[in-house]
Design a protein around this ligand. Structure first.
Ligand code: RFL
Ligand code: PHB
Length: 391
């Protein structure tokens, strides 16, 4: 089989890329290791930056998001039992975020691609990439127990952190920056109306907690835990009890509980591999970088990479100019490092560390107090959270 762009991975990066390319008549085949049901059910991110929502809308996949997604104009920071609203829209000239589950974005993109005759091969695992420094790369993959080849002009490695694409780059080419944060998030999806209209990022002496949501009936909550924590130690009652303690305020705010539909533990990591290109292989999304989820940036970076890569490939096919492709890695990395810093800043401001000193604890509270009371500091948070337009 032959295509113009071989895309490995049907996550947000790969699907967005395939969709944007198709709108400009560029042919791609998406290879996805998992089955369709699995990728459409995988619960992950929920916050779309204004620019991500705009891109989906402008490219014709935003209709259901606009019907079912929830537009938010602010978030709450909670610490020392007090609540502080960060008015995102007021601080950013009216920009907003959209609450819409990543798996809903994935569903919309898959449906649009298949309806347009696009090829997404589910259950197709890429095994090896060859000829990446030639003009005719080959992706070797396996589907239904059979080994096959996909020939192409370029390979887009959109296969997430554990995929084969980054691993196909010879040793010594990439510079890797990697940091494992000394904590994880225990996340739940619960069938209970959210106890809040806006997301709550809470810091308490027991650790971080986040109240997010998916719909008027479904809440999504997270709490900081140890990276080696086992779910078996967290029966539902303990989770709700711990969340209640971390969200406690002086004004008697209450957290409603309900049946837990899903729970999972996510380790937290900061990771960047540079450059995001090797010959005819271009990495996009989690294949090239991971951010801790506290900044709500991972999905947005994946979609951002896909946008930049689509523009570069469209220019290359149209005019033969490789200028944008040559600039691809540097263009993306500037935004990636901004997000990496923001995610680190939010994470260190909101989480507690084991064995931290009194001065570290007080410095964090001073930082939180500054963000809650200074327009300049709150604007820094707000413009990064909704997504910077200049980068
Ligand atoms: P994905 O979504 O991991 O998709 C990669 C796809 O590649 C497939 N694959 C292969 N296919 C074929 N052959 C192979 N050899 C393959 N190896 C892998 C996989 O099956 C998969 O389908 O990567 P992508 O597209 O780069 O998207 C990245 C995002 O998924 C990720 O950054 C976000 O989910 C991160 N994230 C958040 N991001 C946000 O912007 N806002 C948030 O609010 C947010 N919250 C989160 C998050 C991630 C979380 N977890 C679970 C890691 C909350 C959590 C809890
Ligand atoms: C989510 O709704 O899953 C979510 C929201 C905000 C974050 C991370 C995850 O920072």
């Amino acid at each position: 089989m032959r295509t113009q762009v071989a895309i490995i991975g049907a996550g947000p990066a790969g699907l967005t890329l395939s969709h944007l390319l198709a709108r400009h008549g560029i042919d791609s085949v998406v290879l996805e290791h998992r089955d369709r049901d699995y990728v459409e059910r995988r619960v992950r991110a929920g916050v779309l930056e204004q620019g991500t929502a705009d891109l989906l809308r402008a490219s014709g996949v935003g209709a259901r998001m606009d019907r079912e997604g929830l537009v938010h104009h602010g978030i709450e920071l909670r610490f020392s039992h007090q609540r502080h609203r960060i008015p995102l829209s007021d601080l950013t000239g009216g920009r907003t975020v959209m609450i819409y589950g990543q798996q809903e974005v994935v569903k919309d993109l898959i449906q649009t691609r298949l309806a347009a005759g696009g090829q997404i091969l589910f259950g197709a695992e890429a095994l090896a990439l060859d000829g990446l420094t030639s003009a005719a790369p080959v992706v070797r993959y396996q589907q239904n127990g059979e080994r096959r080849e996909l020939r192409c002009d370029v390979v887009a490695g959109c296969d997430g952190f554990h995929g084969v694409s980054r691993a196909a780059i010879p040793a010594g080419v990439l510079t890797v920056y990697d940091h494992e944060y000394p904590f994880a998030w225990l996340g739940i999806l619960a069938a209970v109306p959210p106890s809040t209209g806006e997301l709550i990022y809470a810091h308490s002496e027991r650790g971080f907690a986040l109240h997010s949501l998916r719909s008027p009936e479904i809440s999504r909550l997270y709490l900081q835990c140890r990276p080696d924590e086992e779910l078996a130690n967290w029966p539902d009652a303990r989770i709700w009890d711990e969340l209640r303690r971390r969200f406690a305020t002086d004004d008697g705010w209450t957290l409603a509980d309900g049946p837990i539909l899903e729970k999972g533990i996510t380790p937290m990591r900061g990771f960047v591999a540079e450059p995001m290109r090797y010959g005819r292989l271009l990495l996009a999304g989690d294949a090239a970088h991971i951010v801790p989820p506290t900044g709500a940036k991972g999905l947005n970076l994946a979609v951002g990479d896909a946008r930049v890569l689509a523009e570069a490939l469209i220019a290359w096919y149209r005019s033969g100019s490789a200028d944008l492709l040559d600039a691809y890695s540097a263009t993306c990395l500037r935004r990636v490092w901004r997000a990496q810093h923001f995610a680190w800043w939010m994470t260190t401001m909101l989480h507690i560390q084991e064995r931290e000193s009194d001065i570290e604890r007080r410095l964090r509270l001073a930082q939180l107090d500054y963000v809650a009371s200074s327009t300049a500091a709150a604007t820094t948070l707000a413009e990064n959270y909704v997504g910077l337009t200049s980068i």
